[in-house]
Design a protein around this ligand. Structure first.
Ligand code: NOJ
Length: 539
């Protein structure tokens, strides 16, 4: 990457979703208010002060719609209501108002690719071949001999086609058989689903995280996917084929642009797209100048990048260079589908990672619990809930370990519930609790708070350009710049002390990830970093 590369701060004042930080709430596991062991909207309302104090600007809430919970909310049976286990529409409105009163934006999860098989649309669709809703889903005849229409595979194991007895046809589902794919080639589906966006925008939500967008269309001719020569036993069975005909089809961009037009009609709203794609393909989801797409197609590449300065520097360079003109970057270190950060890279590096996430150019998304260093919790087989683990056991694909309830304080229920938590909280006494870390001025939670504060006081961090991205030994460093203000971020990804030579008159230490040494002191020509330490220096 060229020194100083990356567009300058957006002209005019930056949008909230550019300068701000997003916090993902996995509602089933955030805070229960009624003792049923499952988190709910009133629980979220009760914890808004915690989020405001943390210093985030927006919350994205995973689905809270009515759902049979086959995929824990990503199987929606009514897009325009709240599931009773989460509360009521009145609870939602109260939560939204309370969030807004604290200057917190609210982003909902929107699941356009598939509904629940219990959605009335699908119940009608499957009832007869000539039902008016038949074409709202993807129905096809099987091949002779009772074979499915193509070799397409479900993400969660098994074929992506299920034969329905009633009409002796097959329906397509990228995920579970109980998550039939909507047919976005049908204009009525498109209209109905865009109306869902309007329903929530009218209520005042600030945007959507759009689920599984790359799955929205499949090849109309139903061509088989080719075999994947790289598949090995132990990998997800869905990867036995390369999904050339079932993912990232060209028609999707037109729908993304239509979603964006709906959101833009309201002003100040954001659309964030979920698509696990290589960088060049991901860029298409920003849309084109004449047909803008998502403001933020999620950038998941830090989830899988090797944790080395060279790999991360290369990733930053590749990503920044690929961004279309005017496109805004974003970064993610964890979510409800992926192994937790502190389990992937260890607790010491989790502090360095926090500094990376909150000082890179682009909107950061923090996954609930990341700020206290939650780790994957091993779930005994008898307690497994995730349908993926149940259908494809033993390969480590299950997502329960990363979805365990927030430990607000010590104890088996952790202040999360008074009832029986739907997933266990993990071994007590690990010290990973909000209450424990609130008392410790050097905790990871304290570091997240300090970093989020620093982003507010230093616009160079939130909206400045990035340059001089360097990997040198175990140190990753880069500069952030806005106008005359230049900051250096230096991160020691190793466990030996390192020295980073500074040129010129040196600078002033703004923050160390240890929260240990005196900040504000002058750093002359050498910045000394302890093991696993990161620092931000101002010039
Ligand atoms: C992506 C979501 O993040 C995941 O949790 C879900 O299972 C699938 N999409 C299907 O909706």
């Amino acid at each position: 990457m060229q020194d100083g590369a990356g567009p300058d701060a957006p002209s005019g004042s930056p949008a909230w979703w550019q300068a701000g930080a997003i916090y993902q709430i996995y509602p089933r596991s955030f805070q229960d208010s009624n003792g049923d062991g499952v988190g709910d909207l009133a629980g979220i309302s009760a914890r808004l002060d915690y989020l405001a104090e943390l210093g985030v600007d927006a919350v994205w809430i995973s689905p809270v719609y009515p759902s049979p919970m086959a995929d824990f909310g990503y199987d929606v049976s009514d897009y325009c209501s709240i599931g009773p286990r989460f509360g009521t529409l009145a609870d939602f409105d109260a939560m939204l108002a309370a969030a807004h009163a604290r200057n917190l934006k609210v982003i909902l999860d929107y699941v356009p690719n598939h509904s629940s098989d219990r959605h009335p649309w699908f119940e009608q669709s499957r009832s007869s071949r000539d039902n008016p809703k038949r074409d709202w889903y993807v129905w096809r005849d099987g091949k002779p001999g009772g074979e499915p229409p193509s070799n397409w595979l479900s993400e969660f194991g098994g074929p992506a086609w299920t034969r329905d007895e009633t009409t002796n046809q097959w329906y397509y589902h990228a995920y579970l058989p109980s998550q039939p794919d909507l047919n976005w080639r049908n204009p009525q589906v498109r209209q109905a689903m865009l109306d869902v966006l309007r329903f929530w925008l009218d209520r005042g939500v600030d945007g959507f995280r759009v689920d599984a967008i790359h799955h929205l269309f499949e090849d109309e001719a139903l061509r088989d996917n080719p075999a994947n020569p790289d598949w090995r036993p132990g990998m997800s069975p869905a990867r036995r084929v390369v999904r050339v005909h079932t993912m990232d089809q060209p028609e999707v961009q037109d729908v993304v642009a239509a979603m964006r037009r709906v959101a833009d009609a309201y002003g100040g709203r954001v659309l964030i797209g979920e698509a696990y794609l290589p960088i060049p393909r991901m860029m298409a989801y920003y849309g084109r100048p004449d047909a803008p797409g998502f403001q933020l197609p999620f950038n998941f590449h830090l989830l899988s990048a090797p944790w080395t300065p060279a790999a991360i520097a290369a990733l930053i360079g590749e990503y920044e260079a690929a961004l279309p003109f005017g496109a805004w970057p974003n970064w993610v270190l964890g979510n409800h589908d992926r192994s937790r950060l502190a389990s992937r890279i260890g607790p010491a590096q989790a502090r360095v990672a926090a500094m990376l996430l909150l000082t890179l150019r682009g909107t950061p998304t923090i996954y609930q619990g990341e700020e206290i260093g939650m780790v994957d919790v091993q779930i005994p087989p008898a307690l497994v809930k995730d349908p993926w683990e149940r259908r494809v056991p033993g390969l480590g694909l299950g997502r329960d370990p990363v979805r365990t309830p927030m430990p607000w304080k010590c104890g088996p229920k952790g202040g999360f519930t008074t009832g029986e938590p739907w997933l266990p909280l993990g071994p007590a006494g690990t010290g990973i609790t909000v209450a424990g870390q609130e008392r410790d001025p050097r905790s990871l939670l304290a570091l997240y708070r300090a970093l989020l504060r620093l982003r507010r006081t230093e616009p160079a961090l939130s909206v400045g350009s990035i340059g001089n991205v360097r990997a040198s030994g175990s140190v990753l460093s880069y500069q952030r710049q806005l106008g005359a203000r230049t900051l250096l971020v230096a991160l020691n990804l190793g466990n030996e002390p390192q020295t980073r030579t500074l040129h010129g008159a040196g600078g002033r230490l703004l923050l160390s990830s240890t929260l240990d040494g005196p900040v504000g002191h002058h750093v002359d020509d050498a910045l000394r970093l302890g093991p696993n330490e990161g620092a931000v220096v101002a010039f």
